[in-house]
Design a protein around this ligand. Structure first.
Ligand code: URA
Length: 228
């Protein structure tokens, strides 16, 4: 696989060609700082997560295929531009991924949205298991945006991607969008599915023994939905 290494937070982190980290502007860092702060109240956590999801969706759209489109402008001139080439479908991994659906709908109002439910076994092995899938019948002909804000070990995402591939979606038409990723998660996914793409707002250092992202932001679903 094609990799190189970039220094980040004192740790060498593998950077894969199919992995895009959004431009780390001061604005992105400031918004992420609010989410990472354990004292941020839920209302603000939701508000700033939603802002970051909007930015992530716009960035993700830039990775989709375009084709040439020629239009006539009000000055009777021709403009050679671009248009989106493919039909889209969002697929959220329940439950945290559902928090990203409204940002997708804001920029793509008619976008179909499917759902996948994966849960980990409680036998101490924490093996991800697929429980439920509901996606459009023609998903195999769509560009799929897989939605889950936290890419930790990559276990649930791999289970969801296997399901999408089983449903006929070509690997290269899957774009996984998340807020916070780990090198371990990125590597686990892209070493298995090297033709798909991942786009993240931030890349953290590692996982702890409980598989929480460090420094991270805690349990995203609990903080976003108020179940902590
Ligand atoms: N999921 C979360 O919500 N947080 C983590 O740190 C890891 C997985």
């Amino acid at each position: 696989m094609d990799t190189d290494f970039v220094p980040f937070a004192h740790t060498p982190i593998p950077h894969f060609k199919q992995f895009t980290l959004v431009n780390q502007t001061p604005q992105i860092k400031a918004l992420m700082t609010i989410l990472r702060n354990k004292d941020t109240p839920r209302r603000d956590f939701v508000f700033y997560s939603d802002r970051l999801f909007r930015i992530l969706m716009e960035e993700g759209m830039g990775h989709l295929p375009f084709s040439e489109e020629i239009v006539e402008t009000p000055t009777a001139a021709k403009y050679v531009g671009l248009k989106f080439e493919s039909k889209l479908c969002g697929v959220s991994i329940i439950r945290a991924g559902e928090s990203m659906e409204s940002a997708l709908r804001q920029i793509c109002p008619h976008c179909r949205i499917g759902k996948i439910l994966i849960q980990r076994s409680e036998d101490g092995q924490a093996v991800p298991k697929l429980y439920y899938t509901k996606v459009p019948k023609d998903i195999a002909s769509r560009q799929v945006l897989l939605l889950d804000p936290m890419l930790a070990t990559g276990g649930s995402a791999i289970c969801a991607i296997e399901e999408l591939i089983k449903l006929g979606v070509p690997e290269e038409r899957i774009l996984f969008l998340n807020l916070l990723a780990t090198p371990e998660g990125v590597e686990a996914i892209l070493s298995r599915f090297p033709s798909m793409s991942i786009c993240s707002i931030a890349l953290d250092e590692k996982l702890d023994e409980q598989k929480y992202i460090i420094p991270g932001l805690g349990d995203f679903g609990d903080r976003y939905f108020g179940t902590d």
